[in-house]
Design a protein around this ligand. Structure first.
Ligand SMILES: NC(=O)c1ccc[n+]([C@@H]2O[C@H](COP(=O)([O-])OP(=O)(O)OC[C@H]3O[C@@H](n4cnc5c(N)ncnc54)[C@H](O)[C@@H]3O)[C@@H](O)[C@H]2O)c1
Length: 593
């Protein structure tokens, strides 16, 4: 029988502790909440009251239940008030010395059966446990931010944790409505080990001026369906906490990708800790507020497309999934579109696919008959590149092979009128290679659409070292007219989204390979803990393991970063022909239809 918990303690009521106290009180437990000084205590009490009032206002809690919740929390500045509790969750700042000191004191105060849990994100639970005389009763309970909302709790046991204690804590997590994932003691556990390398990488991209903060955040939200962009998430987590987590992970893994990127330290030193201080990567209305306010880095509202050239006629080359989607997007956006496929059969196939897709949109009420007819009337197909001569913009979406693309660009350069913009939608080849095949490199740009192009709002607009500003402005203006959110970046492998996404997927494979957690637990941790729409293994199986491996290899060859080397397990699965859904087997088995 699982142990009954009636009273629990929470120590440290900051970003996490306040939320954890709320979670317990909401489930009917008495909570003794301890802070270090009056000022912090008043602030935390304010957080909890504010959060509860908001839940009542939004109808998520009755006012009676809200009052009862608040009534179950008592506040204190003295750890001695935790003498009678069954379990304590510690959520003080991420410093080992501080946590060991708190645990040493708790050990002396609490009864011998009291379970002591740490909410550490990255520190060794074992090292914290051995600061007490009861290491068997010490575990990790790693909640996610915001604790009242996120359902995951990583339950960390050490080599000395007593199995009954772990079982009791698992039952408690379930009682308070959380999903517990049981794991061993390793810096970063599951979710943070996968998340923080990515967050650090995003911060480094921003630091190197490769991308703006707004663009990197929009790219990951719109390109991957993540609930928040990486820099907004770092602000939510707190830059001091993020720095400590990365630093601890780096010391344990010695993976350079975990070494905190310098800007984090600079911001922490300057007191720019994120939302909690009102300023981090972004500026907020007030400390603790989620409301953004404009600052000097906010992009000006005035015309971002100054110098854009007029575009009326658009050419699209290719007949695959991307080309078909792109033709449809341009036609719906009001452009005259001429597409070129290799032969008449392909020309007809593309048209039929577009007609089907638009028909579906009409049936779903997303397009009316008149708009569909008008869009279809704007589309014409041809088997000859010569028909693109009078285009203002040509977007190429042929097979992802450099020699094919280079030959095409050389042809287009001869055929298409001077001054027209030539764009490639490559996702992994250097845009400059296409540009260099022409005598008009200044007019060549990357326009990386996402699949399915009709649905995905994001377009990465990629400029090479030779792309002229008015070419970029033209691509941006076109994207705006198409209703797409364009982000700009330079011509580096993976651009923004793939460069951030694939190393994370690769890290997940390495974690599986190391037998730290199962594919199901890793997928659950990322979905339930971080709000990702799919877990890494689900996504890898959808993308195709061969594609993932090819992209990861490209990244590795471009950056020579040891941490980017493809996971051997990924290589082996591809060699064995386990490519994911398309082959019926990848990380999971599928029935091929
Ligand atoms: N921020 C996140 O997203 C997140 C997510 C999961 C876990 N964590 C972990 O939770 C822990 C707390 O992080 P946070 O982000 O809430 O930090 P925080 O800085 O927001 O809050 C820490 C709180 O502890 C209080 N405190 C400091 N020393 C104390 C003491 N001796 N006794 C009592 N209270 C004390 C501080 O006044 C502050 O209110 C860390 O271990 C962190 O790694 C953080």
């Amino acid at each position: 029988m699982a142990r009954e918990f009636a009273r629990v303690g929470v120590v440290g009521l900051g970003t996490m502790g306040a939320g954890i106290a709320e979670v317990f009180a909401r489930s009917g437990l008495e909570v003794v909440a301890v802070e270090k000084d009056d000022e912090s205590l008043a602030r935390s009490r304010g957080y909890i009251e504010h959060s509860t009032t908001r839940a009542v206002r939004r109808g998520k809690l009755s006012s009676g239940d809200g009052a009862a919740l608040l009534g179950r929390i008592s506040y204190s500045l003295d750890l001695a008030d935790l003498k009678e509790v069954d379990l304590v969750v510690e959520a003080v700042p991420e410093r080992l010395d501080l946590k060991r000191e708190v645990f040493g004191r708790l050990d002396a105060i609490c009864g011998p059966d009291t379970i002591l849990a740490t909410n550490t994100s990255s520190l060794s639970v074992t090292e914290i446990a051995v600061a007490t005389s009861r290491p068997g009763k010490v575990v990790g309970m790693h909640f996610f931010n915001p604790a009242p909302v996120m359902k995951l709790v990583e339950l960390v046991s050490t080599v000395v944790s007593e199995p009954e204690v772990v079982a009791d804590v698992e039952a408690l997590a379930e009682r308070v409505g959380k999903v517990g994932v049981a794991i061993g003691d390793k810096a970063g556990f599951i979710a943070n080990l996968l998340l923080f390398g990515y967050l650090n990488h995003a911060a480094a991209m921003y630091e190197s001026s490769f991308v703006t903060r707004e663009d990197v955040d929009a790219a990951m939200r719109l390109g991957c369906g993540l609930p928040m962009g990486p820099l907004a998430l770092l602000d939510l987590i707190g830059l001091d906490t993020a720095y400590e987590i990365l630093d601890t992970m780096y010391r344990q893994t010695r993976d350079r990708l975990h070494a905190p990127t310098p800007i984090l330290k600079q911001m922490v030193t300057a007191g720019l800790l994120g939302r909690k201080t009102g300023r981090g990567f972004y500026c907020y209305e007030a400390p603790g507020s989620p409301v953004l306010v404009a600052d000097s880095a906010t992009p000006p509202a005035e015309d971002a497309h100054a110098g854009a050239r007029p575009v009326h006629r658009v050419g699209v080359v290719g007949s695959g999934t991307m080309a078909t989607g792109i033709v449809e997007v341009f036609a719906k956006g009001g452009y005259e579109v001429r597409y070129v496929a290799r032969g008449q059969t392909q020309v007809e196939r593309v048209r039929a696919a577009i007609v089907r897709s638009m028909e579906k949109a009409v049936q779903r009420g997303k397009l009316d008959d008149a708009d569909r007819d008008a869009a279809l009337a704007r589309i014409s197909g041809s088997a000859s590149l010569d028909d693109l001569a009078d285009s203002d913009l040509v977007v190429e979406a042929v097979v992802e092979e450099l020699t094919v693309k280079q030959a095409l660009f050389a042809n287009l350069d001869e055929i298409v009128r001077p001054g027209a913009v030539l764009a490639t939608t490559t996702s992994s080849l250097p845009v400059i290679e296409c540009a260099a095949a022409t005598a008009r490199a200044r007019n060549v740009v990357g326009m990386h659409f996402f699949n399915p192009a009709q649905v995905m709002e994001l377009v990465e607009v990629v400029s090479t070292v030779r792309t002229a500003p008015d070419t970029v402005a033209t691509a941006l203006a076109v994207c705006e007219r198409l209703g797409k959110r364009a982000v700009t970046c330079a011509d580096r492998a993976g651009f923004i989204v793939n460069a951030l996404l694939f190393p994370y997927l690769n890290d997940a494979v390495k974690m599986l390979e190391a037998h730290y957690a199962s594919a199901d637990d890793i997928d659950a941790a990322m979905k339930v803990g971080c709000g990702y729409p799919m877990g890494p293994f689900e996504l890898l199986d959808v993308v195709g393991l061969d594609i993932a491996l090819a992209i990861q290899r490209t990244l590795y060859h471009e950056f020579r970063e040891p941490g980017f080397a493809p996971a051997p397990l990924l290589e082996h699965l591809v060699t064995a022909g386990y490519l994911g859904r398309k082959s019926g087997k990848g990380f999971r088995d599928y029935t091929v239809r």
